[in-house]
Design a protein around this ligand. Sequence first.
Ligand SMILES: [Zn+2]
Ligand SMILES: [Zn+2]
Length: 82
Amino acid sequence: MLQLRPNCECCDRDLPPDSGEALICSYECTFCRACATETLRMRCPNCAGELVARPRRPADKLAKNPASTERVLKKHGCEKAA
Ligand SMILES: [Zn+2]
Ligand SMILES: [Zn+2]
């Protein structure tokens, strides 16, 4: 099951489980759309894998399988991809 992390790993912006702005890699590294497109160029800085839109979990399912509340943040932010 996807963790649905609560924030962008680069800029710490909130990414609620119903957000359409969240992108993830196959390891669930999570980024906002602005960082993913402008800074990272759709490639995960941790694993070099591709970033894709994170699917939204329906609200009634979230009650039973809540999103992660553990914030993951890169200490020094994200460098702009060349
Ligand atoms: Zn961000
Ligand atoms: Zn990754």
